[in-house]
Ligand binder design. Structure first.
Ligand code: SME
Length: 162
């Protein structure tokens, strides 16, 4: 079993970091058929690269989102449809950027330390499989660059769901 290589990311601009990260994520997951293992490594890669507070997946299970692979402190296990940022991104099938979580009605505070958030749905064959949730301890942490690259990443994830 080969050892995973270390990520190589130069600490430059956010765009440059995503440009370096994306091909490394692709090669990281290329040889591994297990989805949970791949989601776990993707969460780790994002947390490590961008030094985020919490990064993880919530996966659709019947009428709820259920906590999947993540990196960071323990989190809420289940989120209802249209509840919180994650459940709203699921219901709308759209990415939600939240510059200040206190200003998002119904935001679910799994951790009081989280100040801003981005949630991106993973859409496979017009069906929501789950969402990617990234949380920061800082206000206004996420922007259009994150949206663009994290949507690309979720498209990539959709392709490896069988
Ligand atoms: N804040 C999210 C809940 C998940 S945690 O942040 C990890 C929400 O409002 O859906």
């Amino acid at each position: 079993m080969p050892m995973a290589e270390e990520l190589r990311i130069s600490n430059t601009s956010k765009v440059a970091m995503y440009e370096e990260l994306m091909p490394q994520i692709k090669s990281l997951i290329a040889g591994e058929p297990n989805l949970i293992a791949n989601l776990a490594n993707i969460a780790g890669a994002l947390k490590q690269t961008f030094n985020l507070w919490w990064v993880g997946f919530y996966l659709v299970d019947k009428q709820e989102l259920v906590l999947g692979p993540f990196q960071g402190p323990i989190a809420c296990t289940r989120i209802g449809y249209n509840k919180g940022v994650c459940g709203t991104a699921w219901a709308n099938a759209k990415t939600i950027l939240v510059p200040n979580v206190e200003e998002f009605p119904g935001h679910i505070a799994c951790s009081a330390a989280s100040k801003s958030e981005i949630v991106v749905p993973i859409i496979k064959d017009n069906t929501i499989f789950g969402v990617l949730d990234c949380d920061s301890e800082f206000l206004n942490h996420f922007d259009e660059t994150d949206r663009i690259y994290l949507e690309q990443l979720c498209d990539l994830i959709a392709k490896i769901i069988s």
